[in-house]
Design a protein around this ligand. Structure first.
Ligand code: SAT
Ligand code: MN
Length: 597
């Protein structure tokens, strides 16, 4: 960590001689006027020093170090607890490049508006220079970014979420090509909050929020929004997907990716723990990533996926030994907690944690809480930040820059009605149609109403950095690059009966569906044809010990033709918002579906 001030830029002892980087840092420092510029090298000593300072300033609260070594709690500003999509802009020269599903601002206007925000915004504060790498060192797929931020919380979080510091500077060398990420929490005023992407300049400017997806700029901003625009031009894919493997008793691993809207259980699926009978027989799920997949065809035409991240930023509420034992282990040391509640013994608490509800605690806003308070103690979108290396079921190839070969792609949403538990697409194009029409009931991961169905194609609606219609075309075109395209599946763990009870237990029991998916990929399982797609023959899903009867399973798979006509009308409404840019192949799929129904 260098310690020179902005007033003496030439005296700064920094770990790189990259002229383009130095010049850009100086330009941003001239704009933001920080008191000091601190270059982060990613070392353990640096982490300890930053954390000490963060605790002294009240940014972090040290948790009980006997129970949770390395554990710290952060409370965000109460108005800054989720992504703010209405403040998120794609700033391409032409409005149509961003498309109708993104907010757009002209680049000049965005730069002008944000320059006014950034001007002098770091007076009296330090600016951290955070070099980071998305992807693996030495990989042609990896991307270097450098984030300038006045948030010590962000600097400490980036160290967990990315390969941060010297590793990134080494990767960059003297090349001028890195994503320029400028960030300030400003005054945390929700009316002066902007997350702006300039794909043509390889630049991200984020102002007024310290929250994860708004502020940890390597994640959604670089790896997805800038990444997807780049991927379309270069013929690869940047997707909002977990990557995991299903390991059979013979040791063979079938890899799959899964796309679900935020807070629909991606992390839990990526860390699925099978029920005892399956575990004892030798079935395991191994994690490569829980949120983002970068995928491309290899020389043999197989789709390969890498996780560009280095840590997890997972939802805390509901995390327990029942729902996600690996996450419980991950949280047991060196984890940062954001907006969890605090117990008198200095450990965090959240709704759905193992053990009894405490008679009292301090809620996520720092106020005394009791079970009769009538509020949640932890924020519904409270999050943990933790290194993926601490995951006990990490895949053996998680650090392989070649990535893992993908056999299946699973899409899913949160739908209490209409959508069956599991369907397989007839083919790639049909699969793209299923993904493009994905709908899900909204959650607390983004600000706004919770529980209304919104179309979220490929779970990428908030993250696609260019025109959604062209994104569909890109998806369709990927098939030509693949010798054997992965099979595409659609799942819905959230369907309920007419009393509101879930029809499927989910979590570890999902292994039963993964087994069918893997068997389909290996040509070992049959399927029946339905209007919606291929479905497992009833005897092909092992329900033994699941608590689900055949009749309940069939109810979870039921197709109600009238509801589906309403569903298709709603899908068509969404397609209409994309006007003429929906590929005709997808409209043909819709018409074929209508005929089948
Ligand atoms: O965007 S975040 O990374 O903050 C969380 C999410 O919505 O997936
Ligand atoms: Mn996500």
């Amino acid at each position: 960590m260098g310690t020179a001030t902005a007033k003496m830029p030439t005296a700064i002892k920094v770990p790189t001689t990259n002229a383009a980087l130095h010049q850009w840092v100086q330009e941003c420092a001239a704009l933001c006027q920080p008191e000091a510029i601190l270059w982060c090298n990613g070392s353990e000593a640096e982490r300890a020093a930053l954390m000490k300072e963060a605790c002294a300033r009240g940014v972090f609260i040290e948790l009980n170090q006997t129970v949770l070594p390395g554990g710290y709690l952060h409370r965000s500003h109460p108005n800054d607890t989720a992504r703010t999509e209405h403040c998120t802009f794609i700033c391409t020269p032409a409005k149509n490049e961003a498309g109708p599903t993104n907010n757009w601002m002209a680049p000049e206007e965005a730069y002008r508006t944000l320059r006014q925000c950034f001007e002098g915004c770091m007076k009296g504060r330090a600016m951290y220079v955070v070099p980071f790498l998305m992807g693996h060192p030495g990989s042609s797929l990896a991307k270097v970014g450098v984030q300038l931020t006045d948030s010590i919380y962000v600097a400490l979080s980036m160290r967990i979420m990315t390969r941060m510091g010297e590793v990134a500077l080494r990767e960059l060398g003297n090349r001028p090509t890195f994503t320029q990420c400028l960030h300030s929490v400003g005054a945390l005023d929700p009316n002066r909050r902007y997350i702006c992407h300039f794909p043509q300049d390889n630049t991200i400017w984020s102002y007024g929020s310290g929250y994860g997806g708004n502020a940890l700029l390597g994640k959604k901003c670089l790896a997805l929004r800038i990444g997807s625009a780049l991927a379309q031009r270069e013929g690869w894919m940047a997707e909002h997907m977990l990557i995991a493997g299903l390991q059979a008793p013979d040791g063979q691993i079938t890899y799959f990716t899964g796309a679900f809207p935020s807070a629909c259980g991606k992390t839990n699926l990526a860390m699925l723990r099978p029920p005892r009978r399956f575990a004892e027989a030798g079935w395991r799920v191994t994690t490569v990533g829980d949120d983002i997949a970068w995928m491309r065809a290899d020389a043999q035409g197989r789709l390969r996926a890498v996780n560009p991240e280095f840590g997890y930023f997972g939802v805390i509420p509901g995390t327990s030994t029942k729902t996600n034992p690996s996450a419980v282990e991950i949280l047991s040391h060196d984890a940062l907690f954001t907006n969890a509640a605090l117990l008198p013994d200095g450990t965090p608490w959240w709704e759905g944690k193992d053990g009894p509800v405490p008679p009292q605690c301090i809620d996520w806003m720092g106020k005394p809480w009791t079970p009769s308070s009538g509020t949640k103690a932890a924020h519904p979108n409270s999050r943990f930040t933790a290194p993926q290396a601490h995951n006990p079921q990490l895949d053996p190839r998680w650090n392989d820059p070649q990535g893992v070969p993908i056999s299946a792609i699973i899409f899913g949403g949160r739908r209490s009605t209409t959508v069956p538990l599991i369907t397989e697409a007839f083919n790639w194009t049909h699969g793209v149609y299923l993904a493009a029409t994905l709908g899900s009931e909204t959650t607390a991961a983004a600000t706004g109403a919770v529980g209304v169905v919104r179309r979220d194609p490929m779970a990428m609606l908030p993250f696609c950095g260019y025109h959604m219609g062209r994104y569909f075309t890109h998806w369709l075109s990927m098939e030509r690059r693949l010798s054997a395209a992965p099979r595409i599946f659609f799942v819905n763990w959230f369907r309920t009966d007419n009393t509101g009870k879930f029809l499927w237990p989910g979590f570890g029991e999902n292994i039963r569906l993964l087994q069918w998916i893997a068997a389909r990929c290996q040509g070992r399982a049959g399927a029946i044809e339905t209007p919606l797609g291929l479905m497992p023959k009833p005897e092909e899903i092992d329900l033994d010990g699941s608590g689900v009867t055949r009749a309940q399973f069939e109810q979870a798979q039921a197709i109600d033709r009238d509801t589906w006509k309403t569903e298709i009308a709603s899908q068509s409404e969404f397609f209409a918002t994309l006007s003429t840019d929906v590929p005709s192949a997808l409209l043909r799929e819709r018409d074929a579906l209508l005929r089948r129904l």
